[in-house]
Design a protein around this ligand. Structure first.
Ligand code: C2E
Ligand code: MG
Ligand code: MG
Ligand code: MG
Length: 290
């Protein structure tokens, strides 16, 4: 009597095990099929000038909506993509997906920039340069409108990193050290890199107005960056009080939920468009009438 139920339960169990295996066993295989099915998309988080909260650019952040509807954060698949040698494909897909938004930004009078994250593998791959130039060709943007964010992990071989940074900067791209202060590179090594900007990691921004001692570390990073004439973007700003302290230290730019969450390309373009000053149009109006 119980046999059919037992059998049904067995099938259910087998099916559940198969599902678990399908979702857990091979993340790289899932990434591959996700790329084929175009399951990835970019969000854009505004970067603002702290003095007046004017949007100067955005960081493009990748997202993955799997076929079952589950949204996967990059922290959960970028590492796997790197490990499986798939990061180049993910990066190429990301570049393709930001083309349209960058094309509109390129024609905008403020020419806001787009900040793109590169993995260490991208940073050292010859394909990246070609992909970047394809992005420029398809969007009509100039290299100066593209900032490349690289974490300190990408600088493991500082001598080679220096060659790559100089090459990219020589072509007009801007280079930024992401999550600055969280890696193990010595400051004297980073100084030799000659990048444009650093992004002060959220961990340091979090500590502002909490613990005086850690505050001091953040202030020290800022002071050092000033000494090297580096631009600075503070990431993960969540409170107005942090903006005040960062401004008092001379940090010019920031990014975080306090200003805006990551948003769709259309929403970001609407934001940029809304802040365009009408002044230029007003000045022109009388001459047109006259
Ligand atoms: P990241 O480059 O340091 O990006 C900043 C992260 O902080 C983003 O997380 C962003 O959503 C989050 N964030 C921004 N403001 C706030 C805030 O005020 N509060 C809090 N709690 N979080 C904030 P996300 O989008 O999950 O990205 C995580 C990391 O994944 C990124 O860190 C970046 O290293 C990597 N990543 C994202 N997109 C790409 C990509 O296209 N390529 C590569 N290679 N890595 C990517
Ligand atoms: Mg970043
Ligand atoms: Mg960052
Ligand atoms: Mg970070």
């Amino acid at each position: 009597l119980l046999a059919p139920i037992g059998m049904g339960g067995g099938f259910l169990l087998a099916w559940l095990l198969w599902r678990v295996a399908a979702t857990q066993m091979s993340l790289p295989a899932a990434i591959r099929s996700g790329l084929r099915r175009r399951e990835f998309f970019p969000l854009f988080q505004p970067i603002v000038r702290l003095a007046d909260q004017r949007v100067v650019g955005a960081e493009a952040l990748i997202r993955w909506r799997r076929s079952d509807g589950q949204l996967v954060a990059p922290d959960r698949f970028i590492g796997a993509a790197e490990g499986a040698g798939l990061i180049g494909l993910v990066t190429a897909e990301m570049f393709r997906m930001v083309e349209k938004t960058l094309a509109v930004l390129a024609r905008h009078q403020d020419t806001p920039y787009l900040s793109l994250n590169l993995s260490p593998g991208d940073f050292h791959s010859d394909d990246t340069e070609q992909r970047l130039h394809t992005l420029l060709a398809r969007s009509g943007a100039s290299a100066s409108q593209v900032v490349l964010e690289i974490t300190e992990r990408g600088f493991a071989d500082i001598g080679h990193a220096r060659v790559v940074v100089n090459r990219l900067r020589g072509q007009g791209f801007r280079v930024s050290i992401d999550d600055f202060g969280t890696g193990y590179s010595s400051l004297s090594d980073l100084v030799r890199l000659d990048v444009d900007t650093i992004k002060i990691d959220k961990a340091f921004v979090d500590s502002i107005d909490a613990v005086a001692a850690t505050n001091h570390i953040a202030a020290h990073i800022v002071e050092m960056a000033h000494g090297m004439s580096l631009g600075m973007v503070a990431e993960g700003i969540e409170r107005g009080s942090q903006v005040q302290v960062l401004r008092s230290w001379g940090v010019e730019y920031g990014q975080g939920y306090f200003f805006a969450q990551p948003m769709s390309g259309d929403d970001f373009l609407a934001l940029v468009h809304a802040q365009t000053p009408r002044a230029a149009a007003c000045e022109r109006a009388p001459s047109v009438l006259g």
